[in-house]
Design a protein around this ligand. Sequence first.
Ligand code: AKG
Ligand code: MN
Length: 208
Amino acid sequence: MAAPLHGEDGLIWAPGWLDRAAQQVLLEDVRAVLRRAPLYTPTMPRSGAPLSVRMSNAGALGWVTDKQDGYRYQATHPATGAPWPPIPARLLALWSDILPDAPPPEACLINWYGQAGARMGLHRDRDEEDLETPVLSVSLGADAWFRLGGLRRGDPTRRMKLSSGDVLALAGKSRHFYHGIDRIVPDSSTLLTSPQRLNLTLRRVTRA
Ligand SMILES: O=C(O)CCC(=O)C(=O)O
Ligand SMILES: [Mn+2]
């Protein structure tokens, strides 16, 4: 757990921040959340096409999408109607370790890449009322090729490999950058059965 690296454009990069034991206890926390708030298959606004990533949330607010109402935050699970479970204390601690000056996160999106073809297209995180507080993401399980671009969709992109235990924060200018997951690398981690990957994305939604 070395100090996080501060890269260009405000990017904060902490590869290997969580060791194997820390990944395992966090995975148990996530499993406990998923028992109360099961993964569901989100769908695209308007077209209703299913995303290849299944999702759930923890926190006062969760990010959801479906054909009818599109991208949004809401306090309840779209299938069960129950409030989301609280964000695990370990994740709140991790947030303040990496982002000591940020207001606490309100949403923890759980992205589950469950099959080899699962991916996430290039997008910006912009459904939050607070677009300045950094977005922090934790990777567990299989490696993933993360693509990071710039402020405009057509800007040049670079790719970074995200591995289990890595923590990345889009802060400063990079908070507004296009990004996505090109693909998952099978047989790259033993934390979860290949090719599964979990990503936890913590965000502040309302203005503090
Ligand atoms: O899975 C990842 O590492 C990225 C997730 C992401 O960008 C998002 O949920 O908005
Ligand atoms: Mn994103």
